[in-house]
Ligand binder design. Sequence first.
Ligand code: ADP
Ligand code: MG
Length: 145
Amino acid sequence: MIVADEAAMLAVGEALAKQLRPGDVVTLAGGLSAGKTTLVRGLLSGLDHRGEVPSPTFAIVQPYEMVEPPVWHVDLYRLEDPSELDELGLDEAADVGVLIVEWPERAGPHSWPEALALSIAVDEDGARRLTATVPAAWEGRWPLP
Ligand code: ADP
Ligand code: MG
C-alpha cells in the first residue's frame, strides 16, 4: 500500500483502530522517521484519545488505558537485550489490550508470531510504502475493509 503523506498515514492508523480487539499485537518495522509513531497517533485518534502521543523512545512503554480497547504503545529502540522485555509487563498488557510495537526486531525474531506485522519503507519521492504480514487472526481485517 502506498501512503502518500502524513495525513494519509494518520488515516491508516484511524482505520486500523476500528479493527482492534483485546489481545492483538501490531508490530511496526521501519527506519527512523519512517512514520511508525505517526501511524500510532492516527490509531489513538481513531480510539478517541485526546491529547499527546509522545514517542515512547525513552519510556519504552506508554500505556493508554482509558481508550477501548486499551493500548500499550511500545518502542523497543533503546532495548539493549531481548531479556529486558520480561521487565516491561507486556504479556499482562496483551491479555487485556492491544500492543503496538515499534522496533520489534529488537525483541528477537520470534517474539510475536501472531502479530499483524507492518513494515514502512520510504520511497524515493518521500511517500511511504506499507507492507503487511497477515496472520490467521487478521484475515478479514487486513487489508483494511
Ligand atoms: P518513526 O516513529 O518511524 O521514527 P515518525 O512518525 O515519528 O517516525 O516521523 C515521521 C516523519 O515523517 C514525520 O515528520 C512526518 O511528518 C514525516 N512524513 C512524511 N511523509 C510521511 C508519510 N507518508 N507517512 C508518515 N510520515 C510522513
Ligand atoms: Mg517512533
